[in-house]
Design a protein around this ligand. Structure first.
Ligand SMILES: NC(=O)c1ccc[n+]([C@@H]2O[C@H](COP(=O)([O-])OP(=O)(O)OC[C@H]3O[C@@H](n4cnc5c(N)ncnc54)[C@H](O)[C@@H]3O)[C@@H](O)[C@H]2O)c1
Length: 347
């Protein structure tokens, strides 16, 4: 397939690009190169004849029309977004513009191209979204594809809005769409302002390991390369108009997750004295912090035969090893953006 991947210089998008090229797909990576992007994430495929990069902003409709006309994709995998909940609390404007208006532009550009191409049945607009659209769970239960939407942060509200637009374009205009809503990802090339890399890098630097509130918030952790594998399956075999929840089948509280990371670091890069867990510090909770997310993966497992390939312990070990072996990657980002301490909203 010829895939137009938006946000392919980001964390998940770059995993999709690397895997798609490895599987022989042609890939056009469209990315505005915001602070969250890093072209080093796709350096391994940059010279592949099946790969092209276009610097463009999904808020720029004319630029999108030009990309569709030039590259004539068989499918779109739309991942470009503002993705950090804390940043959405500090400044929601970019989230509205990119996640909502940008998705609207993508839908209109895709629809115009699809009509011009004679409405091919095989075309797909795959919208990549989050389980955060479903709101917060109590101690029990899981999100299914039928769980009512109940977003609670500017980020999740903007993603919920974009999901609604995608469904409306399918119902109203017949655009062939598929949607996925996935749980928290972690893994290689994760921008060092999110929980897992912040913990690893602060631990190595001897800094406090910040945990929100009492650390009891639960997430269902998904290894990014498993997510990329699921996305390529859905874009090629997902049923038209259908949405699929993707989870890692690995619920952990934030405190459990951080303790696991500390134990892995103790094993792989032991401190001269004591454990990395001694650096754990509890910080003021995020406003409106959702208590628990958990995915019911029955649909994607039964209909498409997909399951995650690693447990969270295996995935975290690979991740810690990757950060230990790729210091130039994260050092360069820290130097460029002064990041590594982002966890938390501004006072
Ligand atoms: N990270 C997660 O755990 C997670 C979980 C569920 C869903 N998602 C969704 O997956 C997608 C990718 O997430 P991520 O963590 O890789 O994000 P990311 O922040 O690492 O990457 C986003 C990419 O989009 C690009 N981008 C941002 N605004 C753009 C614009 N206006 N035009 C063009 N490109 C733009 C950025 O430059 C960056 O390369 C997002 O849609 C996000 O909502 C992420």
């Amino acid at each position: 397939m010829k895939l137009l991947v938006t946000g392919g210089a980001g964390f998940i998008g770059s995993a999709v690009v690397r895997l798609a090229v490895a599987r022989g797909h042609q890939v056009v990576n469209l990315d505005a190169l915001t602070y969250a992007a890093c072209l080093d994430n796709v350096a391994s495929v940059a010279d592949d004849p099946n790969y092209a990069f276009v610097e463009a902003d999904i808020r720029d409709r004319a630029a999108l029309d030009a990309v569709f006309a030039e590259h004539a994709p068989d499918a779109v995998m739309h991942l470009a977004a503002e993705s950090h909940v804390d940043r959405s609390i500090d400044g929601p404007g970019d989230f509205i513009e990119t996640n909502i208006t940008g998705t609207y532009n993508m839908l209109e550009a895709a629809r115009a191209w699809w009509i011009k191409a004679g409405k091919p049945d095989t075309f797909r607009f795959h919208h990549i979204s989050t389980d955060e659209v479903y709101g917060s769970l109590g101690a029990t239960g899981q999100f299914t594809e039928d769980t009512p939407y109940d977003p609670r942060s500017p980020y999740s509200a903007s993603k919920a809005s974009s999901d609604h637009l995608v469904r409306a374009w399918a119902e109203t205009y017949g655009l062939p769409v598929v949607l996925t809503n996935c749980s928290n990802n972690y893994g290689p090339y994760h921008f060092p302002e999110k929980l897992v890399p912040v913990i690893i890098l602060n631990a190595l630097a001897g800094k406090p390991l910040p945990i929100y509130g009492d650390g009891s918030n639960v997430r269902d952790w998904l290894y990014v390369e498993d997510h990329a594998d699921a996305l390529l399956l859905v874009v090629s075999e997902g049923a038209l108009g259908r949405s699929y929840n993707i989870g890692g089948e690995n619920e952990r509280s934030n405190l459990e997750l951080v303790r696991t990371l500390c134990a892995l670091l103790d094993e792989l890069r032991p401190k001269a004295e004591g454990s990395y867990a001694d650096q754990i510090t509890f910080v003021a909770d995020r406003p409106g912090h959702d208590a628990r997310y958990a995915i019911d993966p029955t649909r994607i497992r039964e209909e498409l035969g997909w399951r995650p390939s690693v447990t969270v312990e295996e995935g975290l070990k690979k991740t810690v090893q990757w950060y230990l072996e790729n210091e130039p990657w994260w050092r360069a980002l820290q130097d460029r953006h002064g990041v590594g301490q982002r966890l938390g909203v501004k006072a």
